[in-house]
Design a protein around this ligand. Structure first.
Ligand code: B12
Length: 254
């Protein structure tokens, strides 16, 4: 009888603990979810103070910085983009949102963990001639830096020739170009043409990205890769560097 009571109590206690644990996990999850939503909200409302404090909160409760950037800040910026296109937002609101985005990034970027092992490589990265949109490029830069790559930041509105010069001078393995505008897609095409003319395509791989860029456009202008977001940018750059290493190995074996 006593044995049965003890077994019953232990089973009951186990169930109680497991329910409490589940509740704690759900609460924790929802608070993480809440912070990500607040980060997005801060960007949407152009609230730099909130973006900064929520970025700090994200770190405090253990959200990975890259998750806070992509699922919080960048998700908010996507909404801002939609509102701008729907003519609900105009340039002043967009600029305030950009400020909020940077306030959050300033807190999170230093905490992106640099990958210990892995392949290294030098990347020239910039926004093409005629375009000043650099928020996306800066997110890509942060994620590539955290992945262990050396980034030569060419900045924004980078003249076609300047990209080519930097690739040659720095001996870059990869050239990354970004654009958010349709007319400036042509600048990417021109860079590709000059790289080909100068016989540099054997030495450097190219990756393109940004709002107006597509996989189809990459094919059309002969770039080596396209990345739809910063996470994909890292994966694709790793693949490009691996292909360079594999090609070098083949040459050595010959
Ligand atoms: C913010 C913004 C601005 C800000 C830019 C601030 C800054 N420092 O960047 C300000 C207010 C200055 C601005 C100005 C202008 N803008 Co504006 N702007 C936007 C807006 C609302 C959001 C862009 C953004 O930052 N998105 C958030 C980031 C995180 O996303 P992202 O850039 O796409 O980056 C991600 C991916 O694309 C990818 N990625 C990006 N780069 C790269 C590179 C590589 C190599 C890889 C692999 C991946 C990758 O990873 C990133 C992170 O995940 C868009 C609307 C929209 N729907 O996007 C219009 C938009 C881009 N702007 C537009 C225009 C027209 C202008 C102006 C000409 C307006 C004007 N009349 O003056 C000027 C530009 C002047 C110039 N010469 O450049 C148009 C472009 C239209 C077109 N298709 O040509 C858009 C689409 C709005 C619209 N529908 O009309 N703008």
């Amino acid at each position: 009888m006593l044995k049965n009571t003890i077994i019953f109590r232990i089973t009951y206690l186990e169930k109680y603990i497991s329910i409490q644990l589940s509740i704690a996990m759900v609460l924790h999850m929802s608070s993480k979810e809440e912070v990500l939503n607040k980060l997005a909200e801060a960007v949407i409302n152009g609230d730099a103070e909130l973006a900064k404090s929520m970025a700090e909160e994200a770190l405090k409760i253990g959200i990975e910085p890259w998750i806070a950037i992509t699922k919080g800040l960048a998700a908010g910026m996507k909404v801002v983009g939609d509102k701008y296109e729907a003519k609900e937002y105009f340039l002043p609101e967009v600029l305030m949102s950009a400020d909020a985005m940077y306030a959050g990034l300033d807190v999170l970027i230093p905490h992106l963990k640099a990958e210990e092992a892995g392949i290294r490589g030098k990347i020239v990265l910039g926004v093409v001639e005629g375009d000043i949109h650099d928020i996306g490029k800066n997110i890509v830069k942060a994620m590539l830096t955290a992945a262990g790559f050396e980034i030569i930041d060419a900045g924004r509105d980078v003249p076609v020739q300047k990209f080519v010069e930097l690739v040659e001078k720095e001996g870059a393995h990869v050239l990354g170009m970004s654009t958010m505008m349709t007319p400036t897609l042509l600048s990417m095409k021109r860079v590709e043409e000059i790289l080909k003319q100068k016989g540099l395509k054997d030495r450097v791989k190219t990756i393109i990205g940004g709002g107006t860029v597509t996989e189809e456009y990459k094919e059309r202008i002969g770039s080596d890769a396209y990345g739809k977001d910063a996470v994909e940018a890292v994966d694709k750059v790793k693949m490009l560097i691996q292909s360079i290493l594999a090609a070098a190995e083949l040459v050595e074996k010959k």
